[in-house]
Design a protein around this ligand. Structure first.
Ligand code: KIV
Length: 264
């Protein structure tokens, strides 16, 4: 059984851990049996399960439903569930929604945002709810960003990201997830905090890597982002073997290779 303490110990020992999205009990069973440490019930389900254009239409009921399904198939991984768009609009709403996710089977919730979340994080912690803060390219802010764009490209932005990471850690965040940032920005965050940091398109310095399961199985149509690697391509050995390849490539540091990184 993987717990937050297992992940903290991995970080202290300099060992990487792995994370994949999961949305149903069959994949939950395969992913957790393959040795992946954390399963993320991400609001990416809006795109890969519901076929929507973005994560914005995903509701708390959707996330509760999929968290219950993932919990039912889990073979010992830690389950992280997303708080949906507008779920952190005030602290009472956040506590209520995060509480529902925990009752559905999550071990930790993930909130997109930044330095302004410090009060909400403290309240979650007072209520026994561990929290991961998602920084960098936060897809719920896509309309403010004007598209899926790399964040933290300038020195000032990278510094602000490291300061936000430190502030949310001080407020009680148990983990940080960094999406689509240049290696240098991720390194700045890594040297500012002591909680585990998970990366997606954030280079090799983070303590863990996460991918959307459909992306790492080559199931996503259209142009794939630079950081995506298809772990099934060129093999005939099935889904569980592809997931095991991802898990060992993350743990050995072989993934992400330079071709999956930004600002190398
Ligand atoms: O919703 C999700 O799947 C995510 C990952 C892309 C990190 O937040």
């Amino acid at each position: 059984m993987i717990t937050l303490e297992t992940l903290r110990q991995r970080k202290r020992d300099g060992q990487k851990f792995s994370m994949l999205t999961a949305y149903d009990s069959s994949f939950s069973h395969v992913i957790s049996s393959a040795g992946v440490d954390v399963m993320l019930v991400g609001d990416s389900l809006g795109m890969v399960i519901q076929g929507k254009e973005s994560t914005l239409p995903v509701t708390i009921d959707d996330l509760v439903y999929h968290t219950q399904a993932v919990a039912a198939g889990n073979q010992g991984a830690l389950i992280m569930s997303d708080v949906p768009f507008l779920g952190a609009r005030n602290t009472d709403v956040l506590i209520e929604q995060a509480g529902r996710l925990m009752q559905a089977g999550a071990n930790i919730v993930k909130v997109e945002g930044g330095i302004w979340l410090t009060d909400q994080i403290a309240r979650l912690k007072q209520n026994g709810i561990p929290v991961c803060v998602h920084l960098g390219l936060t897809p719920q802010f896509i309309n403010s960003f004007g598209g899926y764009k790399i964040q933290g490209k300038s020195e000032e932005q990278a510094l602000a990201m490291a300061q936000a990471a430190k502030a949310v850690e001080m407020a009680g965040a148990d983990m940080i997830l960094l999406e689509c940032v240049p290696n240098a920005a991720a390194e700045g965050v890594m040297s500012s905090v002591s909680v585990p940091v998970v990366g997606i398109g954030a280079g090799p310095s983070t303590d863990a890597q996460v991918l959307v399961i459909q992306d790492m199985l080559g199931m996503t149509p259209g142009r794939k982002p630079r950081f995506v690697k298809d772990f099934l391509a060129g093999h005939q050995d099935g889904i569980q073997a592809a997931i095991e390849r991802f898990d060992s490539a993350v743990k050995s540091g072989e993934y992400p290779a330079p071709e999956h990184q930004y600002g190398v």
